[in-house]
Design a protein around this ligand. Sequence first.
Ligand code: GLP
Length: 253
Amino acid sequence: MSPPILVDRREQAEQELAREIADLVRGRRRLVLGLATGDTPSGVYRELARMRRDEALDFGRVVTFNLDEFLGLPPDHPRAFERWTEERVFEPLGIPRENRHVPGVDAAHATVPERCAAYELAIREAGGIDLLLLGIGRNGHVAFNEPGSSREARTREVELHPWTREDAATAFGGLASVPERAVTMGVATILAAKRLRVLAFGARKASIVRRALEGPVGPEVPASFLRGHRDLRVWLDREAAAELGTGRRTVRS
Ligand code: GLP
């Protein structure tokens, strides 16, 4: 993989990535985007919404696939990723309703495995994901591919790792309210995207960033599998990059 791009302020990474996405939106008849949720990608979505407002960037031909979703929450639950994405991406960017996809929630299929298979099919029928935005969980997860996930995994139901549930506890008003299960794109689904764009910010990601980028590749740290991708770009702020070997840094000022 090419060395991670280091930025002084996360806004620089957010703007660079938003510009790349905007160029693709303008240059293609149709663009298929994979969407992460969480704090990490929020600034990219804000910048894209600004471009829609100020530069008339038109997202009418953009198709989206969310990475993951909790199981057992109604889609309008305040903590459902579908709701999160609606508020920060679908509505502010104007993604047409029929172009939005969230795993595990389509009512046309009765069981979760059927919904997962339908999700994989929908991605294939859309022509694959052109660009997938990713954050990294504190335990090395990508989407909800928790430690132990295989390189070959596809969209499926998973049990959430204790750290993932702990990290979500405040938002849910207590650990007991955090769902125990979720649906996630698999590592193989993620690796099939044409471009992978990863962001990590802040000191609490420093140790997992080192393991993901410099440690052994394997299921212990699912994010490490991303290093096998042909078109991977990783942006880090200085805090997130603090534990990396110095030879591997490219500083962007
Ligand atoms: C969540 C999501 C991931 C996300 C990660 C990091 O649980 N399932 O897709 O990348 O955790 O979240 P944050 O960006 O808030 O640190």
